[in-house]
Design a protein. Sequence first.
Length: 354
Amino acid sequence: MGQNHHVSTDSRARRVAVGQDAEILVSMTQPVAVIRAAGEDDRVVSWPDLDVGDVAVGATVYAAPGGAWVVYAPSEDDEGDLHRPVTAVHVRSVGAVAQAHADGSRYAIGATRHGLWLRERHDPDPNDRAAWATETELLVVADGARTTHTIDRRVLIVEDAGDAPRMVFSPDAPDIRAEHCGTSYHYRYATTLLPTGPLPKRLAPMSDAVPLPDEEFMDVLRWRQPDEVVDTTPDVPWQRIHLPIERRDAAITALVDEFGDLAQYWRGPDGKRQPLTPGLSEPRIDIVGEWPDTRVEVTFRHPLLPGGLLRRTFRVFDDAGRITPHPYASIHLMEDLDTHAPLTPASPGEVRAF
């Protein structure tokens, strides 16, 4: 981690306002941020050696007074593993960067002046009303320290706009409604302010709870991430990881197996095999390139492109060598083929990316 001079490129970034005249631009694709303050030169901080595991990650940015928290997690987990550690960095307006880690039994729900908040991953059974009022533990991680706090409600979001931090939570178990097609659950939401000073060991949100209508809750979800902008940020790639050969081979095999034999993908009511989607034929799967540039190319004929071949290409790893999961890739391909507008006819032998 550190401050360096780098080549700059336009990239997607989250803009976090800090005070009246400063901001932090956090790259969504690379481990770097730019701190800008009126009358000062830009400061660049980066963390290319941060260990985020061997699966490709996405970045979630939470704004807090004095800085930004950047939380890294796989956007779609491979192998159903829900216990990957939480990895985050805290970028402060003064230019300091600190790491934070927590085990995978928790996930981040936001940040306030107190730090990054994490809660248990799983909610109780919606039919178990008593469980929704049992005590659970919140973890608040600040620079170099962590504290635990008990609470008897399920916290959904914390945020801190600068005046007063607040919490959004479920005040009770969802309402159960019997409908003609089965049972539905209606969740209710509430909000309460948090202390501006130190947090008590036990939080009691119901004492000052204010109901939060569904529409306002959706607004909170929609606007809780800082604005995404296209701006100039330094080009700082992640350091390449060490990925064992067996993990590489397993990732390639998993992606190839996702497609199986596209011409005989489903078993029909009569027991006969059917293609992934009507008219698909002559499928071929090719593995191209060496790690980390390995691609799986899926090529086939389909009525959508008369006279030619369609091809969909998948990167198996990201540039740092981490595995890039593609869950339900074959189903997404089927949906795209079934809903896409007809394509212009192909020239003989043409292969068109799809």
